[in-house]
Design a protein around this ligand. Structure first.
Ligand code: ATP
Length: 511
């Protein structure tokens, strides 16, 4: 088994080689943390978006979608708190001139203590063999307890300092812990400063009359400002939800890990409006519903876990992350937050408009509470791509690279291959494509021996190959080859569409 770092490198190079993801403006050496989706990538991305949209909007009679603009009135971001509080603490190293997130430096330091604890556990496991009781060891071993207590103390101190906005205290903590620049080893740090993550831009032609705007850092606010429009025109009754997918922009200080942390990315968010006091019930409902959506794709239950927040943001009264086992470890894939009435109340205050719902059953008006589900489309893409890419040793000892994408999300559903480039076989293959193309994205491939073409499609993630040979001319049958099992089946040409359809039915996948 390749180690995780190797696997991650492989995912990145495979993504490029097979037309999934390219660096942005690569001919000019790229733009840091900005990426383009290629011919395969755009299809996979569209399919993930559609899978989410259908599960939210089509599967719930009380959820509708919108598509708000990226540019919004600047007061939106005052009300939401982003102008004042959407900051990361940054610190520069004076020698290396590298910039870091101060909190990440401290977290990485704390993680080293956790790794020391893990080493102790692994050592003991080896020593005691089958008789090892991990639970007992981690709760009694003095070294493990010491490392973990130190780690927790550091994290708690940092959380307190950030909460109190004590940036000098954060710098003092970095110095006290002796944290050095991971690149240069230097401990020559600047002060810690707050850095707002929003991208600014201008609206208007002349410099004097231009208005300062921001590229939206999240899609959620487009939903809140349209709450009343949708509620009234859609005659929506509480509880109901508004879903939206779209681009968001954050000037991340440290952008790394490929498409995990980008400066331009896409979110899929749904805000669910509920009666005050009923939010915890809906919060639990959405935790379960969203996890089930993830599990429906079959990437492996063991790859997901909830991380409940102990400290929640000022606008929330409960929050959890669905974390995924990326090649670099478990990290946030989706957030589920009980946001109270914070956003609508703030927009009421700043706009002077009432953003309330008249509840006929209670015979009163109120500002609804909100439960939010928010997932990064690009992170979902990375979760799927990195888990699906596998090297498989076959019976004859050879290794095949296969991209086991869930069939319903695969960019191309089938490749149609004439066994040879003559004898009328290409014409039949094109006829098959002309029949299938109305319902599926299918491609034609005639280059190289058929075995090599199969391997190419395996690596590209295509679930089916349909091979036309001389027998096809006699009895109108073709070979249907399955990417995952490599099984080949002789079936009538007329049944090909049905086979593909059966493997990509939303009803089967989503239930
Ligand atoms: P993180 O802690 O990783 O920065 P966050 O808690 O700031 O993420 P949210 O503001 O809750 O993220 O955004 C919701 C979702 O949007 C995240 O779960 C993630 O999937 C996605 N997301 C956020 N920032 C980025 C980014 N820079 N690049 C790609 N996806 C992102």
């Amino acid at each position: 088994m390749a180690n995780n770092e190797d696997q991650f490198k492989k995912v990145i190079s495979h993504a490029k080689e097979y037309g999934y993801i390219f660096g942005s403006s690569e001919i000019y050496d790229g733009l840091s943390a900005v990426y383009d989706y290629g011919q395969q990538g755009v299809e996979l991305k569209n399919n993930i978006r559609e899978y989410w949209w259908r599960s939210m909007v089509y599967m719930h009679q009380n959820i509708v979608g919108i598509d708000a603009a990226i540019l919004m009135h600047p007061t939106t971001w005052k009300a939401s708190g982003h102008v004042d509080a959407f900051n990361d603490p940054l610190i520069d190293n004076k020698d290396s001139k590298k910039r870091y997130r101060a909190d990440v430096l401290v977290e990485d330091h704390a993680e080293k203590l956790e790794n020391k604890a893990k080493k102790e556990i692994a050592k003991a496991k080896k020593r005691f063999g089958d008789a090892f009781d991990e639970e007992q060891f981690v709760t009694t071993n003095p070294r493990v307890l010491k490392y973990r207590a130190e780690k927790q103390e550091i994290l708690d101190r940092m959380a307190r300092l950030l909460e109190e906005e004590d940036l000098a205290g954060v710098k003092a903590l970095i110095e006290e812990l002796g944290i050095a620049d991971p690149v240069s080893g230097s401990r020559n740090w600047t002060e810690v400063r707050q850095f707002n993550l929003m991208f600014g831009t201008k609206l208007g032609a002349s410099a004097e009359s231009a208005t300062d705007l921001y590229l939206r850092p999240e899609t959620a606010q487009g939903i809140f400002v349209n709450f009343l429009n949708v509620q009234k025109t859609g005659r929506m009754k509480i509880p109901f939800g508004i879903a939206q997918t779209g681009k968001a922009f954050r000037n991340e200080i440290v952008a790394r890990q490929f498409i995990f942390r980008m400066r331009e990315f896409e979110q899929m968010e749904m805000q669910f409006f509920v009666r005050p006091g009923e939010e915890m019930k809906w919060y639990e409902y959405w935790k379960e519903t969203r996890l089930n959506w993830h599990l429906s794709l079959g990437l492996g239950e063991e790859n997901y876990r909830f991380h409940d927040h102990e400290k929640v943001a000022h606008y929330a009264n409960a929050a959890t992350d669905i974390e995924f086992n990326f090649p670099f470890g478990f990290k946030e894939l989706e957030g589920i937050h009980s946001r109270t009435d914070f956003d609508l109340k703030a927009h009421e205050e700043y706009s002077g408009k009432k953003l309330q719902f008249f509840d006929p059953e209670m015979n009163e008006s109120y500002v609804p509470y909100v439960v939010e589900t928010s997932i990064g489309l690009d992170r979902m893409f990375l979760a799927i791509l990195s888990t699906s890419l596998q090297d498989e040793t076959l019976e004859d000892g050879s290794v095949r690279t296969v991209l086991r994408l869930p069939a319903i999300l695969a960019p191309v559903k089938a490749a149609v291959l004439p066994l040879v480039k003559k004898d009328g076989l290409p014409e039949i293959a094109h006829d098959i494509i002309d029949d299938l193309k109305w319902d599926f994205n299918v491609i034609y491939d005639e280059k190289d021996a058929v075995g090599r073409r199969y391997r190419r499609q395996d690596a590209a993630g295509t679930p089916f190959c349909i091979t036309v040979d001389h027998q096809t001319k006699e009895d109108q049958t073709v070979t249907l080859r399955n990417r995952d099992t490599m099984e080949q089946q002789r079936i009538p040409m007329s049944e090909v569409a049905k086979h593909i359809q059966n493997s990509i039915s939303y009803k089967e996948w989503l239930t």
